[in-house]
Ligand binder design. Structure first.
Ligand code: GLN
Length: 382
């Protein structure tokens, strides 16, 4: 038998795993991979205990627990004034990652082009490649990571099947607003092209900004998959639960994929989240203030260091320029910082097809103050 030819020959281990392993190996403070080091709300854990003790052990319905989909629909109405049918428009998935994969497999065919904006989240391109499509990378404009509208317009063509946007944006924190979605709607109008809107950090927006969802742009919502993650909202990235909201016809296609990727996601957690979401809307309403305090705390810690913090309007990531510290390219700098100085970060160039000539690393500030303090003591010594 011939050796297996990889379908993803240029894919290695993800940078998140690489940096977390390096951090563990060198006992570094891990501000690389994005996950909180504090617990989900105690009331939610109690509900999970209750659901595990109860009778929630068999397969959930394929599109997700009825109670959870009803709770999600209620939240979308409350937060964004958007009405969706929980029976046909919402699908619960095993993390946003699965929703992204399913949506891409549902619409992208061999030879199709998919526009992504760099720096872009690392799961998009492999999912596009497996569907037989081709990722077309458009760089966001520095310094604020905004869309280059002329280039975007010029890149759309008959082969463009899907455009992927991410707001709040990982790793930059940049936000799209309602006017941006209006503009995207106008640009896509002449094409048979769908939109995938990755909104996993919907509740992590700062300085009084409100999250703009594609679901509120009615014309665009009719051709869009909007993707969300309970992992981000409830400090529970390891639960791997998310959902996709899309019009019935698009959701039906997404479910065709979903039912053979995972069929359904873990039942007791869905039940617990359904009850918690309804009983405690204050949790997600208070999340912007919760994370803004951490962002500000970390920014103050970076102040006396040689790192220059970039504006951070959303997500739990802080980009920082290290050009006053080192000439090293970012991947090497991140390794050096972890091994020699005990702080792990994510180099930003890995999210690019063609990295710009900048020296940036990403810090995750979803950490206890003591963890951020420990990192800052080491960063101040540089
Ligand atoms: N999304 C997280 C990050 O950006 C990591 C997710 C993962 O490790 N796959 O750090």
């Amino acid at each position: 038998m011939k050796a297996l030819v990889s379908k993803l020959p240029s894919v290695g281990t993800t940078i998140f795993t690489v940096m977390t392993q390096l951090a563990e190996q060198h006992r570094a403070v891990n501000l690389s991979q994005g996950f909180p080091n504090f617990d989900p709300p105690a009331g939610l854990i109690d509900l999970v205990d209750k659901c595990l003790a109860g009778r929630h052990h068999q397969y959930a319905p394929m599109p997700g627990s009825v109670a959870l989909r009803a709770a999600i629909a209620g939240k979308l109405k409350d937060m964004y004034g958007v009405t969706v049918d929980p029976g046909t428009d919402i699908t619960v998935t095993s993390g946003a990652t699965e929703a992204i994969f399913d949506a891409i497999q549902a619409v992208v065919r061999r030879g199709d082009e998919v526009i992504v904006f760099d720096p872009c989240y690392d799961s998009y391109e492999p999912s596009i490649t497996l569907a037989g499509g081709k990722a077309v990378h458009l760089p966001l404009l520095l310094p604020d990571f905004t869309i280059d509208w002329d280039r975007f317009a010029a890149s759309l063509n008959e082969r463009t099947r899907l455009v992927i946007v991410n707001s709040p944006h990982n790793p930059s924190g940049a936000l799209l607003d309602a006017a941006d979605f209006d503009r995207i709607a106008e640009l896509l109008r002449p094409y048979d092209c769908y939109l995938l809107s990755d909104e996993v950090y919907e509740h992590v927006v700062f300085d009084g900004a409100r999250h703009s969802t594609v679901l509120a742009q009615r014309e665009l919502a009719a051709r869009s998959f909007a993707v969300f993650s309970f992992g981000k909202t409830y400090h529970a990235t390891g639960w791997k639960l998310g959902y996709c909201v899309a019009p019935a016809a698009l959701s039906a296609e997404l479910r065709r994929v979903h039912q053979y990727v995972t069929f359904s996601s873990t039942t007791p957690l869905q039940q617990a989240l359904a009850e918690y979401l309804v009983a405690h809307p204050e949790h997600h309403r208070e999340l912007p203030a919760f994370y803004q305090e951490r962002r500000d705390y970390f920014a103050a810690l970076l102040e006396p260091t040689k790192f220059r913090a970039l504006p951070a309007p959303g997500t739990y990531f802080q980009l920082a320029d290290y050009s006053a510290i080192s000439e090293l390219p970012d991947v090497e700098f991140a390794r050096w910082l972890t091994i020699e100085h005990g702080v792990a970060t994510i180099p930003v160039s890995v999210f690019y097809e063609r990295p710009p000539d900048v020296k940036l690393v990403r810090f995750c500030f979803a950490k206890e103050n003591a963890t951020l303090d420990a990192a800052a003591r080491r960063l101040r010594a540089l």
